[in-house]
Design a protein around this ligand. Structure first.
Ligand code: F6P
Length: 472
């Protein structure tokens, strides 16, 4: 069978258990371990000067690392590439737009050029690594222009992309001056995978309305003479492996430390990168409202917020960090007592295996992004629970995960009073109801597993025959 070549901006640390909560890297690594193959991406390093692939000595560039059937190759970026591509267009323009935060988006032609330049740089490296019958699976919003760059180099391989983020509504996407170039570039892929039907429809609507495309049966869209397949592939988690991590970590000193600090209080818990799209500001406000309205829970509950700093050189991220530090201090100042700190706010990351026992200990999991592609933390929280005595999940209706986990307490993160009421309801939820909701969520998660996500996407990509691809 042809080899699977995965491409993403960031590659996961190759050691087991190192991955932090959620995110692309953990899921892709779990998936690749089963199929085997090659994974190419940015090394995470910036250097003064990068040797272009055509100036490297003949032969393949050295494999950076090998873990069982997975071989990792990486490339460095120059500081200018990093600034224009990663900090600039990817995280300063695309990320806020895809998350409908137009007020936080900026646009700069030079940064867009840098984005295209890095996509072309990735393509030149890949061209040296792939064989003609390899299937190439790109991931996420950093690589919208990669397929076009590979086609420019003459590659005829089957190339697909899976978008881990949401796709923006056409009217929002159109605030980016290069919206048409971006979607045209995306149409150079053979298969585009989305997390939800809403995201797929947003793409198809844009392609039909703005580029004069036609939606065909089975999710295909014909755009300017090219046929591109689209599909919905909700990313999943390995339920049994996560539960096993939760159980295995039950004796860890970290958990014992948490429990002793809690002194029998109920734990509410959230984990995410410190990102404005995650709804942290709104969640803190909802918690404050909950504390103000429900004095019966004073001293009986603690909210643990783990939020490792992310993209710290992007201004919007510095602003949200400053704001949350102020809010956390203010909320504790208002409600804390000599023997009680209602909010524990930790700006550090934990490896996934350390988080699972913490999730299992949390009576309530709080996942309330303003907009999110999927949100794997919601699924990890559910997977970690003891089915005999599970915690309750409070989940934003705007996370992709809400499409599947409709047995959670679904909330609108902008509705402070509604979230505060859901917290009270989750904390007081009877065992029978918790069990029923948990079982329903687990059923969906077992069906839409990580394996199924990988297999459906890769099978669909492999199934495209040469004759079916390209020309509409
Ligand atoms: O959600 C999109 C995503 O690529 C995630 O998959 C990943 O966890 C996160 O963004 C990583 O962000 P960064 O690579 O900028 O730290």
């Amino acid at each position: 069978m042809s080899r699977l070549v995965v491409v993403s901006n960031r590659v996961a640390p190759i050691t087991e258990g190192e991955a932090t909560a959620g995110g692309l890297a953990a899921g892709v690594m779990d998936a690749l371990r089963h199929t085997g193959g090659l994974w190419f991406g940015w090394s995470g390093q910036t250097v003064p000067d990068v040797v272009p692939p055509e100036s490297l000595p003949p032969g393949l560039p050295p494999a950076v690392a090998r873990s069982g059937p997975v071989t990792l190759y990486t490339t460095d970026l120059t500081q200018r590439d990093y600034d224009d591509y990663y900090r600039g267009f990817a995280n300063g323009t695309l990320w806020p737009i895809l998350h409908h935060q137009t007020g936080l988006a900026r646009f700069d032609w030079q940064e867009f050029e840098g984005y295209r330049r890095v996509n072309a740089h990735f393509a030149r490296h890949l061209a040296d690594l792939v064989a003609p019958d390899d299937v190439i699976w790109a991931h996420d919003f950093h690589l919208l222009c990669l397929a076009g760059a590979l086609r420019d180099l003459g590659l005829q391989n089957r190339i697909g992309i899976f978008l881990h983020t949401p796709f923006a509504a056409p009217s929002v996407l159109m605030t980016v001056p290069v919206h048409a170039e971006l979607v045209r570039a995306l149409c150079q892929y053979d298969l585009i995978g989305f997390q939800t039907e809403g995201d797929r429809t947003a793409f198809a609507d844009y392609a039909c309305r703005e580029l004069g495309g036609t939606a065909l049966e089975g999710g295909a869209v014909s755009v300017e003479g090219r046929l591109v397949r689209t599909g919905v592939y909700p990313i999943g988690v390995d339920v049994d492996a996560l539960r096993a991590e939760a159980v295995a970590g039950a004796g860890e000193p970290q958990l014992a430390a948490l429990r002793s600090g809690l002194a029998g209080r109920a734990l509410m818990m959230s984990v995410e990168r410190l990102d404005y799209s995650k709804g942290l500001r709104q969640r803190f406000a909802a918690y404050e409202r909950f504390l103000a309205r429900h004095s019966e829970w004073h001293r009986r509950v603690e909210y643990l917020q783990i939020a490792p700093p992310s993209r710290t050189d992007v201004e919007a991220y510095q602003a949200i960090r400053r704001e949350l530090e102020g809010e956390a201090g203010r909320i504790n100042g208002r409600f804390a007592d000599l023997d009680w700190m209602p909010l524990r706010y930790l700006n550090r990351s934990f490896p996934r295996r350390a988080l699972m026992p913490l999730y299992a200990a949390a009576r309530v999991g709080l996942v309330t992004p303003l907009r999110d592609g999927m949100n794997l933390v919601a699924k990890e929280y559910v997977a970690a629970q003891d089915p005999a005595d599970p915690g309750a999940l409070v989940l934003s209706q705007f996370a992709g995960a809400a499409r599947e986990l409709d047995a959670a307490l679904l909330v609108n993160p902008h509705d402070e009073a509604g979230v505060a009421a859901a917290l009270a309801r989750a904390l007081a939820m009877p065992l029978e109801e918790r069990r029923e909701r948990h079982a329903a969520m687990l059923r969906v998660m077992r069906h839409n597993s990580l394996e199924r996500w990988r297999d459906r996407f890769v099978d669909d990509l492999r199934a495209l025959s040469t004759g079916e691809r390209g020309a509409a």
